[in-house]
Design a protein around this ligand. Structure first.
Ligand code: AMP
Length: 187
């Protein structure tokens, strides 16, 4: 399986990506997690990404694309992968095509995990209490939702146009959502 997982912040992408990764035996590659690990480790990449993340903005494409390219070239991604949080804008989607072309492979599916704005905002505020993520404050959540609507949401039309899009309702019980995702991917 070579898949991208789309959906607004707070839709449950991280949780579901981990489950799909296990189910299909492919690595879940979360650009947000890679950035957070680099911020925590104080690496040059982390120092570069941090200010954008704290503001709820996208890290510049050249930084993000290079990081994803290197990750997809690792051995464990050769037989498949699930990208969580990438691509995030049309330029990254085009760059992903180029990376996959260079690797001689192609995407099988783009999964959009749908969820309404009020619901995801409530989830993110709750997550802020539990995980204490620096970007889970109300003004930053608002900004991240805005970035999603403006930059990321158009990707659904991009992938739909190529016959790759499947939409899955992200609301409800976690196990039920996983079952919906598995069914959608196996279609
Ligand atoms: P996430 O964990 O996917 O919500 O990502 C957290 C933050 O990391 C985002 O708000 C961005 O600042 C940054 N980030 C993650 N993925 C990307 C991406 N594909 N392009 C640019 N920035 C990203």
């Amino acid at each position: 399986m070579r898949a991208v997982l789309l959906g607004p912040p707070g839709a449950g992408k991280g949780t579901q990506a981990a489950r799909l990764s296990e189910r299909f035996g492919v690595p879940a590659i979360s650009t947000g997690d890679i950035f957070r690990a680099n911020v925590k480790g104080g690496t040059p990449l982390g120092r570069r990404a941090q200010e954008y993340m704290n503001a709820g903005a996208l890290v510049p494409d050249e930084v993000t694309n290079a990081m994803v390219r290197a990750r997809l070239e690792e051995d464990d991604a050769a037989a498949g992968f699930l990208l969580d949080g990438y691509p995030r804008n049309p330029e990254q989607a085009v760059e992903l095509d180029s990376m996959l072309g260079d690797l001689g492979v192609a995407l099988d599916v783009a999964i959009e995990l749908t969820a309404d704005v009020d619901e995801v905002t409530a989830r993110l505020l709750k997550r802020a209490e539990i995980e204490g993520r620096a970007d889970d404050t109300e003004p930053v959540i608002r900004k991240r939702l805005e970035v999603y609507a403006t930059s990321t949401a158009p990707l659904t039309a991009f992938y739909a146009g190529r016959g790759l899009l499947v939409q899955v309702d992200g609301l409800g019980d976690i196990d039920e959502v996983t079952a919906r995702l598995v069914a959608a991917v196996a279609r």
